[in-house]
Design a protein around this ligand. Structure first.
Ligand code: IMP
Ligand code: MG
Length: 337
């Protein structure tokens, strides 16, 4: 029986600090489950937990708190990489913590041949983790599901989200997304997108009805980044400074992320399509450090004297154009949500 579920959704092209928001929410959100709802090894969530740095690709951050953590049915899983991630976590966590990890038996498997195929991509600039081929095979109905792949080993990990969420025990779920709105296969800049859905709809597909969604945490950064083959970064001396100070290098591939100013129109679109209730804009401290606060709105670059004007402008427009938003937080590091 679902009491409520909250969703974390990325409003840009990934790398906005969702992992850190998830980590903060897990601490005192009262959740019984944390579910990853899309993506696979392409995602990289950097989390600091009790003074240690964790980079996870598949495993939801609920595991750090001993909360039941499910790799949801919309995800694709690379067995070898997941095994390594579990081994790495074993160095820090007790077996008691790790027994809370599950995979929905309907999730699909990334085969080594998919990784090999993806490694030859020179068009999109993928993470070369086999993500695209795994989703292609899934929708072609020639994919391999976890239930078929893990027949003899790892069966203890498999779970059925329906019986888990709709039994007699009350559950409170946190959905944790990967990638983001600008990389969504439908809403993103096709074909420079990932192969899954990165909107709140993707969370609902896990067997949770829309009317059981309580809060939708939309996460953005005070500037935009993108990794991939399209030309994204404009000419501005500040972008390389932002990249260095903001540590804008891929958590999965180490590639430098291209940087640009916040696009307020795009942000509003992402907020409205996802029905965001709680807006979190991270890394404002990076703009403070480079001492420049600019954004694009209606195709114009607007410069502000300081963060105060920048914050007021965004709040004013969002409050006018995004009726679902109840709360706007500009989080400086560390993330106090
Ligand atoms: P793929 O998801 O590996 O197929 O890559 C497709 C596009 O999405 C590429 O431009 C990747 O750089 C980008 N991408 C995929 N996952 C992430 C992520 O977690 N953060 C940022 N960009 C990503
Ligand atoms: Mg990331």
């Amino acid at each position: 029986m679902i009491e409520y579920s909250d969703v974390i959704v990325d409003l840009q092209a990934g790398d906005t600090g969702k992992g850190k928001v998830a980590h903060a929410l897990c601490k005192d959100g009262g959740y019984t489950h944390v579910v990853r709802y899309n993506g696979g090894g392409n995602a990289g969530h950097t989390i600091y937990h009790e003074g240690k740095k964790f980079v996870t690709h598949f495993i939801p951050c609920g595991i750090l708190y001993g909360i039941k953590s499910i790799i949801g049915l919309g995800c694709v899983v690379d067995e070898k990489k997941l095994e390594k991630e579990i081994e790495d976590l074993k160095k820090f966590l007790t077996p008691g913590h790790l027994k809370h990890l599950y995979i929905d038996h309907r999730a699909h498997i990334i085969l080594p041949s998919y990784v090999e195929e993806d490694s030859r991509d020179d068009k999109i600039g993928t993470t070369k983790t086999g993500n695209g081929p795994a989703y292609r095979e899934k929708y072609n109905r020639t994919g391999v599901r976890a239930i078929d792949h893990f027949k003899n080993n790892w069966v203890d990990l498999l779970i059925d989200s329906y019986s888990e969420f709709h039994g007699e025990t009350p559950v409170r779920i946190l959905f944790e997304g990967a990638q983001g709105f600008e990389l969504d296969v439908d809403w993103g800049d096709y074909p420079y997108v990932t192969s899954s859905h990165c909107t709140v709809g993707s969370a609902i597909l896990n067997g949770v009805p829309p009317n059981k969604i309580r809060k939708i945490y939309g996460v953005a950064k005070a500037y935009r980044t993108y990794v991939g083959n399209k030309n994204f970064e404009g000419n501005d001396e500040f972008f390389s400074k932002i990249r260095t100070i903001g540590e804008e290098y891929g958590a999965t591939t180490g590639r430098p992320r291209q940087v640009n100013w916040l696009d307020l129109n795009m942000l509003i679109k992402a907020i409205n399509i996802n029905g965001v209730t709680n807006l979190i804009i991270n890394k404002l401290d990076v703009l403070n450090d480079v001492n420049r606060h600019s954004l694009y709105h209606n195709n114009q670059l607007i410069d502000f004297i300081n963060d105060d004007g920048y914050i007021r402008y965004i709040k004013g427009i969002v409050n006018k154009q995004c009726p679902t938003v109840q709360n706007i937080k500009f989080s400086l590091t560390p993330y106090d949500i």
